[in-house]
Design a protein around this ligand. Structure first.
Ligand code: FAD
Length: 463
């Protein structure tokens, strides 16, 4: 591989939804970009996934919405069920409307559009091994090429979009970026795409994605049932990481046997994966380095959706890279605006939903049924708090909740306290540190809110 170029403005690791977005927008602005992926070109995009993505991201990035072979079906909204299935919350806001995509075709389109935008060098079947440093700043990447040769590639900035298992994050030399993601902040998933004849079984609710909370059947996570088209569905389960080795059995018993009523079903695809379900990394950047998508824990903690935020983050990282290179400064001070843009936008929403996720994971089915059925925390409230960072319940609303929750006063108080803390954290994220100097103070305030919620959970369990 003699004709390989070795020096770039930006190297992007991973050609998933995050990496292709970063590549597209850096290349479009005229930077000299190298994109690498360990997979072969024809397999890029083929990821085990629920395949659901909202409308908004395509308008935000001003790119084409999914169509033709990359589109499975349109989705109007989401339905969230209580464990006993008696309460169904219908979420019909614009964020829930969107598409079920064919992941491979979708990924291939995003890759081709990034390459067409002017990516200088695309290396498939190339494995990123480690970051290179000069004077404490990332200045390139050590990679293994398709032919087994190991070489160094130089860059002013490296963007890591290599997903949950990022090998680069694990070895990063940084006091700002966490190397390890706690297993308590990750969810183990297994899913199948199942096809059946409409004569044998109809697809339920073909315009909605359905999510069922159930601490016994899907401990710590949920069961999902997403339509794909008139004859097939994407169904799966997410659980605490402790269920490694058991998740497929849980799926067979609690999902497949419950939802697939015909013996003639055909299984088109099987597989599992892990999703980070916490607020984004404390810092998604350091000198010469930014992380995007799953590598940076930029996934909605409540439902595990990471396609939209990874593409959004790729866009923001690209803009920061362009400014840094224009100003000839790739230090964290210059790249800080990437953190700022993430934390003040979806970071605020995800931090707020992260608190909700932690509390929900600690509720029993009985409490979930009670809380959802009595509207102690409503779908609209969750959406409003997390998207606007504020919800002021009227006294009448509070009184109604108090009456409905009277027989479970502790749960009522806990959910009220949670609502206050979700508000607080979203507001704090919207006022994210404008520079590195303000960061430790901001971080302490965030940690204090997490501590409050952890303490509330411990106290509740004691009683
Ligand atoms: C079972 C499951 C269901 C999900 N359902 C949904 C859903 O319905 N909707 C939704 O929005 N999100 C869903 N998600 C999450 C979503 O798939 C991810 O958040 C999203 O794909 C993140 O994109 P990414 O670009 O950060 O990483 P990825 O898509 O993981 O891409 C990483 C890329 O990096 C490459 N790579 C990895 N290591 C290296 C290396 N060392 N060198 C070179 N290349 C490397 C990989 O080959 C890959 O192409 C689901 C996830 C799982 C596991």
């Amino acid at each position: 591989m003699e004709n390989i170029e070795k020096s770039f403005d930006v190297i992007i690791v991973g050609a998933g939804t995050g990496g292709t977005s970063a590549a597209r927008f850096t290349a479009k602005k005229g930077l000299n970009v190298c994109l690498i992926d360990r997979k072969q070109r024809g397999d890029i995009g083929d990821k085990i996934c629920g395949d659901a993505v909202g409308n908004e991201i395509f308008d935000f990035l001003k790119i084409n919405h999914p169509k033709n072979e990359e589109l499975s079906c349109h989705i109007k909204g989401a339905k969230l069920y209580s464990p006993n299935l008696k309460k169904c919350i219908i979420l019909l806001d614009p964020k829930q409307a969107g598409y079920i995509v064919n992941r491979l075709e979708f990924g291939q389109r995003l890759l081709n559009e990034a390459l067409d935008a002017g990516v200088k060098q695309f290396l498939d079947k190339t494995l990123a091994l480690d970051l290179l440093y000069k004077n404490g700043t990332v200045n390139g990447l050590h990679v293994k090429l398709e032919n087994g040769e190991k070489i160094n590639l130089n860059a002013k900035i490296v963007i890591d979009a290599s997903g949950f298992y990022s090998p680069l994050r694990k070895n990063v030399r940084s006091s700002l970026i966490e190397k390890k993601i706690s297993k308590n902040d990750s969810i183990l998933c297994y899913r199948e795409i199942v096809k059946f004849s409409p004569i044998d079984q109809q697809v339920d609710d073909p315009e909605y994605i359905t999510i069922i909370l159930d601490q016994e059947k899907a401990p710590g996570g949920y069961i999902w049932y997403f339509p794909k088209n008139e004859t097939s569905i994407n169904i799966g389960i997410g659980t605490f990481m402790d269920y490694r080795g058991k998740v497929k059995d849980l799926y067979k018993t609690n999902v497949f046997q419950e939802f697939i009523k015909t013996s003639k079903a055909e299984i088109l695809s099987t597989g599992g994966g892990v999703v980070p379900v916490r607020r984004p990394l404390w810092s998604c950047a350091d000198n010469g380095f930014m992380l995007v998508g799953d590598a940076a824990c930029q996934v909605n903690p409540l439902h595990g959706g990471g396609i939209d935020p990874s593409m959004r983050a790729g866009f923001h990282a690209a803009n920061s890279a362009v400014h840094a290179i224009e100003n000839n400064d790739n230090s964290i001070n210059e790249l800080w605006d990437y953190n700022y843009n993430i934390m003040t936008s979806f970071g605020a929403e995800f931090a707020s939903l992260d608190l909700l996720r932690i509390v929900l994971q600690n509720l029993s089915n009985e409490e979930l049924n009670f809380g959802l059925e009595r509207d102690l925390l409503k779908g609209e409230e969750i959406l409003e708090i997390s998207s606007t960072g504020g919800l002021n319940l009227s006294l009448i609303n509070m009184a109604v909740k108090a009456v409905k929750g009277i027989s479970q006063p502790k749960l009522l108080l806990d959910l009220n306290y949670l609502r206050i803390k979700m508000n607080e954290i979203a507001k704090l994220y919207k006022k994210f540190a404008k520079n590195l100097d303000q960061f430790s103070n901001w971080k302490e305030n965030v940690i204090a809110i997490y501590d409050n919620i952890e303490r509330m959970i411990v106290n509740t369990k004691k009683k």
